[in-house]
Every structure is written in structure tokens, then in C-alpha cells.
Design a protein around this ligand. Structure first.
Ligand code: KE4
Length: 428
């Protein structure tokens, strides 16, 4: 595969940007080699600067669920841009996107637009702390909620202990209020709530752990989170930045029928432009400035172009038959990848929630971060490179989810399955 131009651009980028990228996972560090510089995209395809074409399963890490350059989204953005790009004043478009979000997520009575998933979760936690007047939060090992200081924390000496920083630059003080415990472990969760109930402001969870690959909630896990937080007046925050409009139109909360107090959204709701949002119970959200005293703000929050892309995307997704089509494609790829791995005689585990999925190179059941780490990441790296050379662009990390779009055709899926079968055979 030709990659001279990408290589040259990466060299230049490295002299200008830390690691040559604007977000770490794009640097291909987990799989080796140099990242590809993308020239353009259309439908299910990415086209890089060396003329290579790929079927795209990263889809900008989730947002491009309609496929790239969807005509309705492109048309709406072009029209909006002719009226200006940002006013720093309210627009009707913020109302329209808020209405679409509220309709899809009945648990969201009031919502605030921000510019990223990080801002959404950071602000949701501040709202929960302001509302409960408590400081501690519980998060789950392997779940990623963006890069706000307090969320870059890991378990201390043991589960349920006060957190320690998970990155240089995060002060001990910021991390100590974040208690990190294993995903899907109801027993440890209940013990932790019991131990810290008086100080706990919130529990934040990815209802499907897409930042560990794709780890499904064990039966009763989400229910236990809901019951214990309800009983102890702790705010339950569902981080649906990835699962929102992805696991179903109403996200994981609709799929698993659990109603959180606050929901964080991002990715899909911006249709490829920078949008995040957090929203939930009126009594909590009314604490946010200027209605209440908890401060949160943003120059480009509710940006009219970004709102336009989000409105066009959610409007398309709301159309009849959309999720039936998406789920049919997802079932095709699930069946095909499981069958290819079996026929090639390589041990893998495949998990899917709606149109997000992951193949782990392990034979043990993946139920949390530690079992996910049993996956052979060297094998994954080889698989990644073989697939890339066959024109299939999957996430450059074992611990990231794959995504499907409305524009992935049956031919795309068949090509992917044949490529996977041959790549499995070669890496065995
Ligand atoms: P952003 O700040 O990147 O918009 O959102 C942070 C975030 C919050 N919550 C969840 C569940 C998320 O998955 C994310 C971001 N996801 C990563 C990939 N898993 C984005 C890719 C990247 O970091 O470049």
C-alpha cells in the first residue's frame, strides 16, 4: 500500500503537533506504523492522501452514523454557512436540536449544549456536586468520560479506595474524589456506595463500555446502579456520548430500560461537527447558570452550523426503517466475523450493542477491563495491519469499538468478512 505522502505529512505534523496528532489514539501508537492522512470521505469510504480507499469502521469514532457526506447533512450545512457561522447569541436551531434530543431521551427534561463529550461529562458532574453538595464520584475501570482532570483518575491501592491520578498533571486532590471500581461488579459497587454514601454526589457509567472495546452490562448491573443511587439520593449519570443514537435511537437507556438522572451526549448529535450535551431532571438542570448558581459556559456552545448538522442527522435517523436497516447490517457483520474466526480456527470473542461492536483476540469471556486485557494485542496489531492492507479501516486499538453506518452496503460487509477470514488465517 502506497503511503509516502502520509509519511511525509506525519513527519511535518510531528514538528508542529504533540505526537503529530490532535488526539492521541489517531497516532496508531497501539498498532505501530504511521497514521494515514485522510483527503476526503464519502458514504462508507475513506480516501487517503496516497490514493488508497478504505471501508471505514471508525466513522470519526462514532459520529458518522449516516455515512460520510450524507446529502441532507451537507446541504443543510452549506445553507447554514451562507447565513454566518457563529453569533454568540441564541438561535432557533438550539431549540430544534434540544427538542429532537428530548423526544429521543424522555429522561432529559432540560438540556445544555456544549462542544465535546468531555465538556458534557465534566459539567454533568459539576451539576451533580452542586445539586447534592457532596464531592465524591464513582466511575468504572476502563470507562472513559473525556479528559477532565477528575476523570483521569484510577483506583488507589484497591477498589473502592480514593482515586489517584491516571495522568501527570492531575493533582492528587482532584483524583482523590474519584473512586474507580470494576465494571459489572455489583458486589463491589454496593459495598462502595455503603462505605461512601454520605459523600457521593454521582455515579457515572458508560452503559455499554465502548472505551474497553464493547463490554455489555451484565444482567442486573445497570438496575443495581439505579436502585442504589435512587435509595441514597446519588445522581446517576449515563455517559451516552458513544451509545446515544448508536445502540438505539434512544441510546442504551432505552435499550436497557433504565432511566438515569443525567445523560451526557456527543458524537452523533453533532453529525460530525463539535457538539456535546448534558441534560436530565429539571430539578437538577435548573441549578446550571444562569438559572441557578452552578457555572458552565462556552463561546461556541450551540453553534448554529453544528446545530444544523445535528438536526439534519437526528432527523434522518428518526426516519422509519433506519434502525431496522442499521441492525440488519450489524447482524450481518456479527454473524460473518464470528463465522470467519471459527473457519480460520482462531480464538476470538465478539460483542455487539446495536451498531457498535468489538472482536477481542482472547478465548475468555470479556466482562470488564481486566478480562478485556487478556486479549492478545500483538495479534490485534497484526490483524489491524492486514485489514488495512486489504482496504478495511478498523480502530487502531483493541480497546476501541467498531461502528457501522447507514451507508455500509452488503457488498462492504461481504468484502470485510472475506478480508477478516484471510487476515485471521495469516495471523494465526
Ligand atoms: P470528546 O471530548 O472526545 O468529544 O468525548 C469524550 C468521551 C466521553 N465519553 C465517552 C463514552 C467517549 O467515548 C468519549 C470519547 N471517545 C473517544 C474514543 N473512544 C474519542 C476519540 C478520541 O479520543 O480521539
Amino acid at each position: 500500500m502506497k503511503s509516502e505522502r502520509s509519511k511525509r505529512l506525519f513527519q511535518i505534523a510531528n514538528s508542529l503537533l504533540p505526537g503529530g496528532v490532535n488526539s492521541p489514539v489517531r497516532a496508531f501508537k497501539a498498532v505501530g506504523g504511521n497514521p494515514l492522512f485522510i483527503e476526503r470521505a464519502k458514504g462508507s469510504r475513506l480516501y487517503d492522501v496516497d490514493g488508497n480507499v478504505f471501508i471505514d469502521y471508525v466513522l470519526s469514532w462514532g459520529p458518522m452514523i449516516l455515512g460520510h457526506t450524507h446529502p441532507e447533512v451537507t446541504k443543510a450545512i452549506k445553507e447554514a454557512v451562507s447565513k454566518g457561522t457563529s453569533y454568540g447569541a441564541p438561535t432557533e436551531k438550539e431549540i430544534l436540536l434540544a427538542r429532537l434530543i428530548k423526544k429521543a431521551f424522555p429522561s432529559i427534561e432540560k438540556v445544555r449544549m456544549v462542544n465535546s463529550g468531555t465538556e458534557a461529562t465534566m459539567s454533568a458532574i459539576r451539576a451533580a456536586r452542586g445539586f447534592t453538595k457532596r464531592d465524591k464520584i464513582i466511575k468504572f475501570e476502563g470507562c472513559y468520560h473525556g479528559h477532565a482532570d477528575g476523570l483521569l483518575a484510577k483506583a488507589g491501592s484497591g477498589a473502592a479506595t480514593l482515586g489517584i491520578p491516571d495522568s501527570p498533571g492531575v493533582p492528587e486532590d482532584y483524583a482523590r474524589n474519584t473512586i474507580t471500581i470494576p465494571f459489572n461488579n455489583i458486589k463491589v459497587f454496593k459495598e462502595t456506595v455503603n462505605r461512601h454514601r454520605k459523600d457521593l454526589a454521582a455515579v457515572i457509567v458508560e452503559p455499554v463500555a465502548g472505551n474497553i472495546g464493547c463490554v455489555l452490562p451484565a444482567p442486573g448491573f445497570l438496575e443495581a446502579l439505579r436502585e442504589e443511587t435512587e435509595r441514597n439520593e446519588i445522581v446517576l449519570i449515563f455517559d451516552e456520548v458513544m451509545t446515544g443514537f448508536r445502540v438505539s435511537y434512544g441510546g442504551a437507556q432505552s435499550f436497557y430500560k433504565i432511566k438515569p438522572d443525567i445523560t451526557c451526549l456527543g458524537k452523533v448529535i453533532g453529525g460530525g461537527l463539535p457538539v456535546g450535551a448534558y441534560g436530565g431532571k429539571k430539578e437538577i438542570m435548573s441549578i446550571i447558570a444562569p438559572e441557578g448558581p452552578v457555572y458552565q459556559a462556552g463561546t461556541l456552545s450551540g453553534n448554529p452550523i453544528a446545530m444544523t448538522a445535528g438536526i439534519a442527522t437526528l432527523t434522518e435517523l428518526a426516519k422509519k426503517g433506519t434502525y431496522e436497516k442499521l441492525n440488519k447490517t450489524a447482524e450481518m457483520i456479527e454473524h460473518g466475523l464470528k463465522d470467519a474466526s471459527k473457519r480460520a480456527g482462531i480464538k476470538t470473542r465478539f460483542y455487539r450493542a446495536g451498531t457498535m461492536f468489538c472482536t477481542y483476540f482472547t478465548d475468555c469471556e470479556v466482562i470488564d477491563y481486566s478480562t478485556a486485557k487478556s486479549s492478545d494485542t500483538v495479534k490485534f496489531g497484526n490483524f489491524f495491519r492486514k485489514m488495512l492492507n486489504r482496504g478495511i479501516y478498523i480502530a487502531p486499538s483493541q480497546f476501541e469499538a467498531g461502528f457501522l453506518s447507514l451507508s455500509h452496503s452488503a457488498a462492504d460487509i461481504n468484502k470485510t468478512i472475506i478480508s477478516a477470514y484471510n487476515s485471521f488465517l495469516e495471523i494465526k
